[in-house]
Design a binder for this molecule. Sequence first.
Ligand SMILES: [Zn+2]
Length: 423
Amino acid sequence: MLDLLLTNATLPDGRTGMSVAVQDGRIVEVAPGLAAPARETLDAGGCLLSPPFCDPHFHMDATLSYGLPRVNESGTLLEGIQVWGELKPQLKAQDMIDRALAYCDWAVARGLLAIRSHVDTSDPSLLPVQAMLEVRKRVAPYLDLQLVAFPQDGVLRTPGGADSLQRALDLGVDVVGGIPHFERTMAQGAESVKLLCEIAAARGKLVDMHCDESDDPLSRHIETLAFETQRLGLQGRVNGSHCTSMHSMDNYYVSKLLPLIAESGVSVVANPLINITLQGRHDTYPKRRGMTRVPELMAAGVNVAFGHDCVMDPWYGMGSGDMLEVAHMGLHVAQMTSQKGIRACFDAVTTNAAKVMHLQGYGIEPGCDASFVLLQARDVVEAIRLRANRLKVWRKGTLLAQTPEVEAQVHVAGRPARVTFSR
Ligand SMILES: [Zn+2]
């Protein structure tokens, strides 16, 4: 007997009337109109069943700290780093753990079951690292939390920066991070990329760097990152986060850069909510959007995913762990309004993000984990348009969260009274 049989579901690839059979936490069959004895059978009513949302770029150590110790009034990246610097000496491990666990509850409710979080390793105490390792352990039964050793103040710029980062990796942090555009000079930025990739190669770790999070068209650390990836044989194991300077780069240079990134197997994570908010702050009008060249990267064969980056922290006061909000903003900023473009934006917060994170057992196929989200939407286009309600969220066959169906009652004489915003 099956543990769970879902029927009449629509899948992200557009197949309708699909059944998904679950046994021992895994998907055993995906086919139209299955009928088999199951402990629980659920008619999805034609709603979209998606693999869980994945956030490939987040800052869990800073989340929900908005207003501590003060609000970022200018809204810039640099004032955000300054506010975070003021908060750091006051941070207590327990407060960070409590805030992170609260955020993970939000995430689960939103069907977001895998998060890659950068963790600041600049302070030799490694307090944020210790706190996030504890969080990773606590949430492991229900959420995949991947940690990146992130030298926020620059691995070379910070005295002892490389040593702190190495110790974070010794403690069990999963991925090597970096921030070359925040080092003192372009040359030091390039040197930091080389150093960090060599550390990753020596330790067999993945790499995920904040790369060129700037409006400066001459910030070209992504080029060094792609080159070092090839030199060290790290193809498929390296990600460049943000890459916002690419928005402002010369088109001829980009025509040479895109094939280099594709050949090196470096993936790119754009953070639409944050990029549209933080970039272009030095512009008058016209103001640049500042998000990297998402459709062009995708067309060149680069795996591109979207991250949330921040929720209620020194850099961004908005957000609630909703990756559909991220996809929605990405669609607008990149003008990915075609049907193909909208679907690509959905992939950017699901399958593409899972690929960046090297997640195993991900997808709605036989043999994959029975982890999925039932959305109050007919398809991926409607899911993004409505930032659709997550009716039910399962992980490995266990129901983790549910939200009642959302509908409004409209009291207008002679008009339909029930509104779900679905046509
Ligand atoms: Zn970030």
